[in-house]
Design a protein around this ligand. Structure first.
Ligand code: 4NP
Length: 152
């Protein structure tokens, strides 16, 4: 059997956007019968929420769609650049932070989440409203479905 495709979703704190992408992506690949083909995780460029559960607003947005997520926040580790095939950042600041740490041979793995739908950012919702989390989800839903095809 071939190696699984490793996908790491990355935001700042790993409690709002990247866990949302992580849970949604796992749900989308499972719906296509592809769960066994992927290794999926998420992490933050900052580790100040390490060990915490996802933000309740992220869990609510996922839960409304019947998506459960078992995850504790963690910071991006140096090993992640070799371990994963794709490191998918939510915004330009996350991407810059990854570029600054990424060994040159792995730089081609770094991407922005909304690339497949024309670019832009999944903006930081932490100080925002429930609507901001809903918008994040809607953007990710369109982009991640397109990512699956590109990653296989
Ligand atoms: P995330 O959101 O990067 O989508 O997890 C944030 C979470 C926490 C903070 C900022 C953004 N913070 O400043 O603590």
């Amino acid at each position: 059997m071939s190696e699984r495709v490793g996908v790491l979703f990355v935001c700042l704190g790993n409690i709002c956007r990247s866990p949302m992408a992580h849970g949604l992506f796992a749900h989308l690949v499972a719906a296509r019968g592809l769960a066994g083909r992927f290794e999926i995780d998420s992490a933050g460029t900052a580790a100040y929420h390490a060990g915490e559960l996802p933000d309740p607003r992220t869990l609510a947005v996922l839960g409304e769609r019947g998506i459960a997520l078992d995850h504790r926040a963690r910071g991006v580790a140096d090993e992640d650049f070799a371990r994963f095939h794709w490191l998918i950042a939510m915004d330009h600041a996350n991407l810059r932070a990854l570029r600054g740490r990424c060994p040159p041979e792995h730089r081609g793995k770094l991407h922005l989440a909304l690339e497949p739908i024309g670019g832009g950012e999944v903006s930081d919702p932490y100080y925002g409203s429930a609507q901001d989390f809903e918008r994040n989800f809607a953007e990710l839903e369109r982009a991640l479905d397109a990512w699956i095809d590109q990653m296989l």
